[in-house]
Design a binder for this molecule. Structure first.
Ligand code: G3D
Length: 202
């Protein structure tokens, strides 16, 4: 009887756990994005002041619970020497958030090439991709209408998976909630291909 009740309780309270990688060039705003998301979605979380956030060197991790879903975020460093570590995490992840500095036109092609190299990896086949065109608060930055065609050059590698380019400002928080909603829905759509990390506990 206890086992039955315990199992039922577990069923009612257990959250599906998923892992999301936050990737992009250094200075794109990955750390700021994760901080902003935690501030928005975690009760009582007091975020770090944007001025005190330093660029990702190594790894930042964070967890956000949304309804019955628990998202574990891995913000990996974007410097060239750290990019070689990204693929160690591909087989385990359920979605990718790729952050672009929309105000940095000079590095846009470098960002696209890094994205191309990333999605070429077979461990990411079919995995939902969310490109966040960050820093939309900066005047004269590139909007989604400019950023999207650049990354669409890799349409043959993106294929039929869930793919979206959305505008955000990690500094003001604009667009963060919409992106998170898309992410959760896409992860659910792909659940047969990549079941939750804790699926075997059910
Ligand atoms: P990274 O983790 O991808 O390396 P960071 O990037 O999160 O450290 O951000 C790099 C710089 O971009 C930081 O400025 C940060 O404040 C800024 N930034 C991040 N997101 C936004 C945004 O949406 N709008 C604006 N205007 N700036 C943003 P500093 O000056 O500390 O280097």
């Amino acid at each position: 009887m206890y086992t039955l009740l315990h199992g039922f309780y577990k069923y009612l309270t257990q959250k599906d756990e998923f892992c999301v990688l936050i990737l992009g060039l250094d200075n794109a705003g990955k750390t700021t994005y994760l901080e902003c998301s935690k501030t928005k979605f975690k009760k009582n979380y007091k975020g770090i002041m944007p001025g005190k956030i330093t660029t990702t060197v190594g790894l930042n991790i964070g967890n956000i619970d949304i309804n019955r879903v628990s998202l574990n975020f891995w913000d990996l460093g974007g410097q060239t020497e750290l990019q070689s570590l990204w693929d160690k995490y591909y087989a385990e992840c359920h979605a990718i958030i790729y952050i672009v500095d929309s105000s940095d036109r000079e590095r846009m092609d470098e960002s696209r090439k890094t994205f191309e190299k990333m999605i070429f990896n077979e461990n990411l086949a079919g995995i939902p991709l969310l490109i966040l065109a960050n820093k939309q608060d900066i005047p004269d930055c590139m909007g989604v209408r400019e950023v999207k065609p650049i990354f669409n050059q890799n349409a043959h590698l993106i294929g039929r998976r869930d793919f979206m380019v959305m505008p955000i400002s990690a500094l003001t928080g604009d667009g963060i909630a919409e992106g998170m909603q898309w992410l959760v829905e896409s992860i659910h759509r792909n659940i047969e291909m990549r079941p939750p990390k804790n699926a075997e506990d059910y």
